[in-house]
Design a protein around this ligand. Structure first.
Ligand SMILES: C[C@@](CO)(OP(=O)(O)O)[C@H](O)COP(=O)(O)OP(=O)(O)OC[C@H]1O[C@@H](n2ccc(N)nc2=O)[C@H](O)[C@@H]1O
Ligand SMILES: Nc1ncnc2c1ncn2[C@@H]1O[C@H](COP(=O)(O)OP(=O)(O)O)[C@@H](O)[C@H]1O
Length: 293
């Protein structure tokens, strides 16, 4: 096999996100549930005759050397060199960017995770799922989750993952039109860092008995983001008229769950023209799994 086309890199939503403390190195300890949804970037991989790793199209504002796709590919290339004593073939990587950058839907991390899984397959590198998760973690805390590949309850900085059940629903996601820098939210004096730890069973039993769209827990980063970025507050207020609207990750995107696609469509038809908004279905498995069997 010399190429893999149309590899999906799905978005994630943080159904809740609690900040429970801070590590000695300044990183924050979290509890969150990661949910994949069927809105995706698309990546294309073509093996080359040499050993170069190239991104074959531009992403505005992201130079090739900083792109998480290229950085992930380099990490795996170095690992293969270490294990085999020889470099794997180079790769041309094409990316169709759909997911908003700095939106809290994990686009960059998901692109990196898809790159690690696709190249592990193309290069027949033989790394286990856990080895790929460990390799990706230093590049971004959301990367292990995408490789984990199913709805996950995460602890630590996001690397300690357990599978959980979550509702099969539709989400409406509003992009408030601002990019929120994650570091700015975590370093804010307004951030609370002392939410008590919850048990995984609290979350599972909540959704097992779900009667409506009201979610479990809260997003502790939301109070900071809405204070610093008023468009995020506006989106929470607007979508909140239809259910339990909340921000994902460090923002800026705001989402709300609906039981049916028709309900999501009805809400979308009312979205103010100035905003970008879309619907997406909850996924139980990473969509690349089928391609790599
Ligand atoms: C908040 C979450 C929730 O899923 O996702 P996003 O909203 O970015 O998608 C993640 O924890 C984002 O983790 P990650 O992707 O590694 O964050 P980065 O952008 O690399 O972090 C930028 C900076 O934020 C701070 N940071 C990040 C994560 C964390 N658990 N504690 C922190 O204090 C650190 O100062 C770090 O240098
Ligand atoms: N392939 C990539 N796609 C998107 N962003 C990338 C990529 N590689 C590096 N980045 C950088 O990572 C930052 C955060 O991107 P992203 O993961 O999309 O947002 P978030 O972490 O808020 O979900 C971007 O602003 C960009 O500078």
């Amino acid at each position: 096999m010399s190429s893999l086309k149309n590899c999906p890199a799905p978005a994630k939503l943080n159904l809740f996100l609690h900040v429970n403390g801070r590590r000695a190195d300044g990183y924050h300890l979290l509890q969150t549930v990661f949910q994949m949804i069927d809105r995706c970037d698309r990546l294309h991989f073509d093996l080359r005759a040499d050993h170069e790793l190239r991104r074959v199209n531009d992403i505005p504002g992201v130079p090739q050397e900083q792109d998480l796709i290229i950085r992930a590919a380099r990490l795996l290339q170095a690992e293969v060199l270490k294990r085999r004593g020889a470099l794997p073939p180079g790769v041309d990587i094409g990316i169709e960017k759909v997911l908003p950058m700095g939106g809290g839907v994990g686009g960059g991390s998901s692109d990196a995770a898809t790159t690690l899984m696709a190249l592990n397959h193309l290069w027949q590198a033989g790394l286990s799922r856990q080895e790929l998760m460990d390799l990706g973690l230093p590049l971004g805390a959301d990367i292990p989750f995408f490789i984990f590949g199913q709805t996950g309850f995460a602890e630590g900085v996001g690397e300690a993952l357990q599978p959980v059940a979550a509702p099969a629903c539709w989400y409406v996601v509003v992009e408030p039109g601002v990019a929120v820098p994650t570091a700015k939210i975590f370093s804010s004096e307004y951030l609370t860092r002392d939410t008590p730890l919850v048990k995984i069973t609290d979350f599972s039993s909540h959704y097992g008995n779900r009667q409506d769209n009201r979610g479990f827990g809260k997003n502790d980063l939301q109070q900071v983001a809405t204070r610093l970025f008023p468009p995020v507050a506006k989106a929470v207020e607007w979508l909140g008229a239809y259910g339990d609207a909340r921000m994902t990750g460090s923002g800026a995107c705001v989402f709300c769950a609906f039981d049916s696609e028709a309900q999501a469509d009805a809400v979308l038809s009312n979205v103010p023209a100035a905003w970008t908004a879309w619907k997406a279905k909850a996924l139980t498995q990473h969509p690349i799994a089928e391609m790599l069997k």
